[in-house]
Design a protein around this ligand. Sequence first.
Ligand SMILES: [Zn+2]
Length: 383
Amino acid sequence: MTIDPKVAQFITPLIREYYEKVPVDIERLNEREFGFGSYETKINTRHHAFNNKEQLKEYLVANAPPFVSCSPSFYEKPAARPMEKKIWKGAELVFDLDSTDLNLACQKVHGSSWVCDNCFNAVKDETLKLIEDFLIPDFGFSESELKLSFSGNRGYHIHVVSDAVMELNSKERKEMSDYISGNNINIESFFPNINVRGKRLDGPKPSDYGWGGKIARSVISALNSGESALEEFGIEKKEARKLIKNKTNVTFGITTGNWDKVKIPKKAEFWNNVIKNLTIKQGDSIDKNVTNDTSHILRMPNTLHGDTGLIARKISSISRLEKFDPMKDAVAFSSKPVKIHAINSPELSMKGKTYGPYKNEDVEIEMYAAIYLMLKRVAVLAE
Ligand SMILES: [Zn+2]
């Protein structure tokens, strides 16, 4: 959506000021491709390259671009085109998690371009799940190999910076995203005799590596949370009640790989529900980003996001991510009062203060909130 020219005139000098004072903060800068965007198009020029931080900073101050992107790939000649001429040397493994991919109920109320607290919490949970259920235990990455950042708008980015991933090709990256999405795994590999009548049902133990352990642990945790959690897995009400009554026995059985007490009448349904519950819900978008390593460029950490005015802030650790509040920790602009005309804006909370909802009214609010609403296209500068 186009932006009001007066809004652009107001914000551009503030973007310039931001890049004047904030140091460029990116490793292996001269091996990456850069792209820049306008308020309307996130990337409208790419194939840029810079020799050093000073050169990039100069460009950012001179042009004050609303969006700055760079490649997770490293090249011999990052400015060369077409892509093949760049000569690919390797790439970070990137996960881009966005709340719009979660199909949350609140999005039906506020639309997909708006982000509420519920959206922020859900996408953070999903990011932590990806890190704590997959990247660290299953793939064996260490916390220091995971570079985390806020995307600047609706989600989080994880860059895996490890020698083990740098040279993986698209097919190998696809295998990783399939594993995370739970694609191509089948029930017989965990319950080898599930289709054999009259035999004890053997299954995974909670201490098993990878998916087996995840499945066993999730069923035990459903047992502990009660009947409805078991029913969500497609286990019938009567059966669920029986399992809860025998909880201690059933749990002990699963712990030793004996699933005989668990009757799974609708195998396919049970299996689908278990997998759905444990995977990352953004399989498709993860796939796109993880596998398109040769061409995809995305928001450079610690630059501004032109749809929000927030900083795509680097997050130094998992425990910092747990506490991260984009509407406080990613705010870039000052609290100087600005008069805006709010056209139709949902309730916004920033730095602990609530704004709106506003409808066709002039209000004077802090600059960071004014810019957020204007860049979200729900307000303009007051006449
Ligand atoms: Zn929401």
